[in-house]
Design a protein around this ligand. Structure first.
Ligand SMILES: [Zn+2]
Length: 360
């Protein structure tokens, strides 16, 4: 059931808004045909759905995105080789979606003692604001959220925060033949970049992370060959540690001499307590299925977990094993998809989960 569903999902080219919306419709039809309740929502042209079963005080959210990054037409024709299913979105994250849908169908009608709420969204790859952001804002938060991103059945209970921004550096223009009479803004900017790499925040580490990441993403100093550049703008994408304070980072950067810093997009980190009782239960189930101790770790990038974290809802990324997502030859390991589905079913049916209290 789950593999047929996965193949059907990969066949839908969901790299465009229309394509992703029709993938959500496909999921809604499938859920409906399998006797599950489905509510569709639309926001800014993006379709999403919620399907909730069970009853009780505690709501477990299963969240997944059907949208994928662009690919060649051939990547939308799934094929199986050596225990893997290849195709765009196989790992990121149509396998996660297929397993969550199949798990929900299996759980339907059982006396769980909790609610399980499946959320299927269509805009994670462009930030998630239109779908998961929208759902969470409108109260679809639950008490614990699992985003089924590919983690190799590891439990990612942290994710770095995002701080993007521009630095404007001012020099002094002069004729290009007499550069010593001016101050070259590009050279100055490069010196500032080196200084930023040596700021205290850049050297900090934590349990999961060696250091934050600092990507000098853009540099721009429009000008002419015969002019010493008077202005230079640098664009940064900084991924900071869950233990760090973004205001403190902004202060440190702004404190560098010659820097005018304009923060842009900011997204908070995810820092779900590893000792959360659900993670203990999940860890034991994972170990039973994989035969090894569950691996807890932190993601460098961010996912829709951030929207739950924003409201203090514990959230993790947890899903099947795969590789090459966003690249060529994306694949997911079939065994891990089946295991992921079984783990979700066991987790949702655990008596110990039913005893958990609402988190808010
Ligand atoms: Zn993803």
């Amino acid at each position: 059931m789950v593999l047929k569903l996965l193949n059907d999902l990969i066949s839908i080219n969901s790299s465009s808004v229309e394509g992703a919306n029709s993938a959500v419709s496909f999921c809604g039809n499938w859920l409906g045909e399998n006797g599950l309740p489905v509510s569709f929502f639309e926001n800014n042209g993006y379709t999403m759905l919620v399907s909730e079963i069970g009853s009780g005080d505690f709501t477990l959210v299963l969240n997944g995105h059907v949208d994928v990054v662009a690919a060649t037409p051939g990547q939308f024709i799934p094929f199986e080789r050596d225990g893997k299913i290849y195709g765009r979105g196989s790992a990121d994250m149509k396998a996660g979606i297929a397993a969550m849908m199949a798990a929900l169908a299996r759980l339907n009608g059982r006396d769980l003692g909790i609610k399980v709420q499946l959320q299927i969204v269509s805009d994670e790859e462009i930030g998630g604001f239109n779908c998961t952001g929208f759902l969470v804002e409108n109260g679809y938060r639950g008490d614990f959220a699992i985003c089924g991103e590919p983690t190799g059945l590891g439990i990612a209970n942290q994710a770095k925060g995002v701080l993007r921004g521009d630095i404007l550096v001012t020099g002094k223009p002069a004729h290009g033949s007499r550069p010593w009479e001016g101050v070259n803004a590009i050279e100055k900017a490069y010196g500032i970049y080196r200084e930023i790499l040596n700021l205290p925040f850049a050297g900090e580490s934590s349990d999961y992370y060696e250091k934050p990441s600092i990507n000098l993403a853009k540099i721009n100093a429009d000008g002419a060959y015969n002019v010493v550049p008077a202005q230079c703008k640098m664009g940064f994408d900084i991924r900071y540690l869950p233990s760090q304070d973004k205001e403190e980072i902004i202060q440190q950067i702004s404190g560098v001499e010659g820097v005018q810093f304009f923060p842009g997009m900011i997204s908070n980190p995810v820092n779900t307590d590893r000792s959360h009782p659900l993670l203990q239960i999940l860890g034991e189930i994972v170990q039973r299925h994989t035969g090894r101790e569950a691996d807890y770790f932190g993601q460098h990038g961010s996912a829709d977990t951030v929207f739950f974290a924003k409201y203090g809802i514990p959230a993790i990324e947890f899903g099947p094993a795969g590789g090459n997502w966003h690249g060529d030859e994306e694949y997911v390991e079939i065994e891990s998809v089946l295991a992921f589905q079984n783990i979700l079913v066991e987790l949702a049916s655990s008596d110990r989960l039913a005893e958990l209290k609402k988190s808010n």
